[in-house]
Ligand binder design. Structure first.
Ligand code: NAD
Length: 485
């Protein structure tokens, strides 16, 4: 199919691509070049109203459509995503600055996997029955909620957008979805794919624009009964304050400050290879990145030498080139924030072991936003650098003497999203996993994902779980039916 990208992107409402009702647009910038290369609808509550109207109409038949029909359409969307991998990956790279090879290997394959997973999942979704011996039998009905809102961030644009939309649609809901205004193009292309795949008009509506203008209008609209949000803890707090008094169902996947705990007996090369990935993958802009590296004292110096040497080999450059291991930071605002965080670390008397500065890339990317992968040591656990999410290619290293100290450091932030543990001692690995305050723990691996598992954070990293049956349960209302025998 022809996935042309219009200079002026459009919203997808009731099966039509249409401009924002306000007529207003905002610039779309390619962060690798600094150029404005498109315009994004600056939608508001009027566009939300139109989308709600379309969704209400569509819900009547979509909510009772046979699961086999939903399976076929969602599976077809997955196939079309795969068939258009090149165009979608390029869109992701131009919007986000991530290396094109990464978008092709990770982002787009995962977007199709999300649709395929929930397309098949809904065919197997079953509910419980509770038998009261000779008195009665109860069974649970799980019915679609109605219209739901899905709001996603810029770091893994289509990957996270589809991670919400696919289960919501599979469960029989109609969706009003908003991608990040920083990376809108892949969501715009998804609208065309959904149309081609035969998704009925109005079942999925995609609105572009900012959090305050259109995001909040989605969250506060009385006809939108559930909100699934992935993004910063700050925005999550604001969204909860609007949605909670209206008693909406809420799923919040928020920020992280994840520990990567390395014991002396780990498998060295494997740990080092994955620590490079978990520190700097996607320019450190993955919520699951391990930004606080905790190392057992006896191997601290060896780790430091090897880690710095490997990090220095990471080529920062044009994300279209295969040799670029690090692309651009997503936006000027975020680039400046990360550089400010590095300055704070210096003021806190952190020692920069490598990186610490912006990078000037020659040629096409001369005006892009690039930062050298940065390693900092010598900071205590309570400083701002070790407490606040930076969400960039910046990590700190700290040493620990005992398992207890490792745990104390690991748990010493307000966040609790993910953690990695590196050790060959299976008992210790399991002991530590049970005590680390994180929703997702990897032992001797990182970002190894099974879509059936519960996904989400503790503490300020979120509320609720996505993934597998958890997602289908979130996007349905449970109703108990009791029959007296
Ligand atoms: P963000 O919170 O600024 O924006 C996320 C989305 O919410 C965007 O679409 C934005 O327009 C919208 N938004 C912002 N304010 C809103 C409001 N008041 N009402 C409604 N919508 C609003 O986050 P970001 O900068 O796009 O993404 C980075 C953050 O996302 C990091 O904190 C990162 O850790 C987090 N993240 C978490 C996960 C996870 O699974 N826990 C995954 C990826 C990213």
């Amino acid at each position: 199919m022809d996935l042309k990208i219009a200079y002026h992107l459009e919203n997808y409402i009731g099966g039509n691509l249409i401009g924002p009702l306000s007529g207003k647009f905002i610039d779309n910038v390619n962060p690798a070049t600094g150029e404005v290369y498109g315009q994004i609808p600056d939608s508001n509550e009027k566009d939300v109203e139109a989308a709600v109207h379309a969704a209400q109409k569509a819900f009547i038949s979509w909510s009772v459509s046979p699961v086999e029909e939903r399976f076929k359409i969602l599976n077809r969307i997955a196939e079309l995503i795969d068939e258009n991998l090149e165009a979608l990956a390029l869109a992701e790279t131009n919007d986000n600055g991530k290396p094109l090879w990464l978008a092709k290997e990770v982002d787009i394959p995962r977007a199709s996997a999300n649709f395929r997973f929930f397309a098949t999942g809904i065919m197997h979704f079953a509910t419980e029955s509770h038998n009261m011996e000779d008195k009665a039998v109860n069974y649970t009905l799980r019915q679609p909620i109605g219209i739901v809102g899905c709001i996603s961030p810029w770091n893994l644009p289509l990957y996270l957008f589809t991670w919400k939309i696919a289960p919501a649609l599979a469960a029989g809901n109609c969706v009003i979805a908003k991608p990040s205004e920083v990376t809108p193009v892949s969501a715009y292309l998804l609208a065309k794919i959904c149309k081609e795949a035969g998704l009925p008009d109005g079942v999925l509506n995609i609105l572009h624009g900012t959090g305050p203008n259109v995001g909040e209008a989605i969250v506060s609209h009385p006809a939108i009964k559930a909100i699934s949000f992935t993004g910063s803890t700050k925005a999550g707090e604001r969204i909860a304050s609007i949605a909670a008094p209206k008693f909406k169902k809420l799923s919040l996947e928020l920020g992280g400050k994840n520990p990567n705990i390395i014991f002396a007996d780990c498998e060295w090369e494997k740990m080092l290879f994955n620590t490079i990935r978990s520190s700097f993958g996607n320019q450190g802009q993955i919520c699951l990145c391990g930004s606080r590296i905790l190392i057992e004292e006896s191997i601290y110096e060896k780790f430091k030498t090897d880690f710095v040497a490997w990090t220095k080999k990471l080529t920062v450059g044009d994300p279209l080139l295969a040799e670029s291991k690090q692309g651009a930071i997503v936006s000027k605002v975020h680039y400046e924030k990360i550089l400010r965080c590095i300055e704070t670390a210096k003021q806190e008397e952190g020692k920069i072991l490598c990186g610490g500065t912006a990078v000037k890339v020659e040629g096409r990317c001369a005006n892009g936003y690039f930062i050298q992968p940065t390693i900092i040591e010598g900071l205590n656990q309570n400083c701002q650098t070790n407490q606040e999410e930076i969400f960039g290619p910046v990590v700190t290293i700290q040493s620990f003497k005992t398992e207890e100290e490792a745990l104390q450091l690991a748990n010493a932030t307000q966040y609790g999203l993910a953690a990695s543990i590196w050790t060959k001692d299976i008992s210790r690995a399991n002991r530590v996993a049970a005590k680390v305050e994180s929703g997702i723990i990897w032992i001797n691996c990182w970002l190894l994902r099974d879509l059936r598992t519960p996904f989400g954070g503790l503490k300020n990293s979120g509320v609720g779980r996505e993934g597998g049956w958890e997602a289908l349960k979130f996007f349905t209302e449970a109703k108990n039916v009791c029959i007296q025998l």
